[in-house]
Design a protein around this ligand. Structure first.
Ligand code: ADP
Ligand code: MG
Length: 265
């Protein structure tokens, strides 16, 4: 039951895009994958063909139902989605209160899926700390921290490096790794920041994803970037990040174990 969290101190950096495409890649490699949305924006589902008008989700139900697996939607194939759902402000506050005050709330809600043999879980988070990210600390296997190749992201690096985002390590297992998204080699500042981060983060940097217009187009057509434009730079970059995630978590892909060369970027 490997559980991967995609998070960032920043918004609009590509967390949801990466979470969705990581789910697609792992599913294409043969894993059964569940994508869970912890962001009230409720946008993750849109990557999997769930209609805008479908407001179903686990958050509204979590107040009464201890097992959230009833809120899983099937998308065809071996990807499953558990949307945040459309909620009232009151429902959001109750959910966050439960996450903060009841230390077993999250583990109970996810009990069924956490015990489903071989299921890979990819969880998408809102920017910044927040109760869900904090509650996830004891359940998560790996965190991917998405950053942009800009100075604002640079200034936020120490927050993560010094475990200050949630006031402690993000998880107790494989730790956290960084992904730089929307790197643009045509722009000086982007090149410089990417090079600086590569040097500073070393092996903690799992990959650099190029800025690529086909990402927005793939998102708009609710497709995986790999399916929409398999030869695009971003599809290649995201595949590589996904393979490194699989290697870190010992997820079997394509019938064999994946040994991505994490050190030889
Ligand atoms: N590598 C990329 N190249 C170009 N656009 C991207 C890339 N990654 C994400 N985007 C775009 O950036 C915007 C924010 O992405 P999103 O995944 O919603 O970020 P977040 O979840 O961090 O708020 C979206 O419009 C998305 O299409
Ligand atoms: Mg998002």
């Amino acid at each position: 039951m490997p559980l991967v969290c995609v998070c960032s101190p920043k918004g609009g950096v590509g967390k949801t895009t990466l979470a969705a495409n990581l789910a697609y890649t792992l599913a294409r490699s043969g894993s059964k994958v569940l994508a869970i949305d912890f962001d009230v924006q409720n946008a993750l589902r849109l990557h999997f063909g769930v209609p805008l008008s479908d407001g179903r989700g686990f958050v509204a139900k979590s107040a009464e139902s201890p097992d959230w697996s009833q809120s899983i939607l099937t998308t065809g194939g071996n990807i499953f989605v558990m949307p945040y759902g459309e909620v009232t402000e009151e429902q959001r506050v109750v959910f966050e209160d439960n996450l903060t005050k009841d230390p077993n709330f999250l583990a109970r809600g996810l009990h069924t899926v956490l015990n489903y043999p071989g299921l890979v879980i990819v969880a998408d988070f809102p920017p910044g700390p927040g109760p869900a990210l904090k509650a996830m600390r004891d359940l998560a296997d790996l965190h991917l921290v998405v950053m942009l190749a800009d100075t604002a992201s640079l200034s936020l690096l120490p927050q993560i490096e010094n475990d200050r985002l949630i006031g402690g390590a993000l998880n107790q297992r494989t730790g956290h790794y960084f992904v730089i998204n929307q790197s643009d080699s045509r722009r000086h500042i982007s090149r410089d920041v990417t090079a600086f981060m590569e040097q500073r983060l070393g092996d903690k940097l799992l990959g650099v994803i190029n800025r690529d217009e086909s990402v927005a187009e793939a998102n708009a057509s609710q497709q995986a970037i790999y399916d929409f434009s398999p030869v695009s730079a971003a599809a290649f970059d995201i595949e590589l990040v996904s393979k490194r995630v699989a290697a870190l978590l010992d997820i079997k892909v394509g019938g064999g174990e994946m040994h991505a060369p994490i050190r030889s970027r």
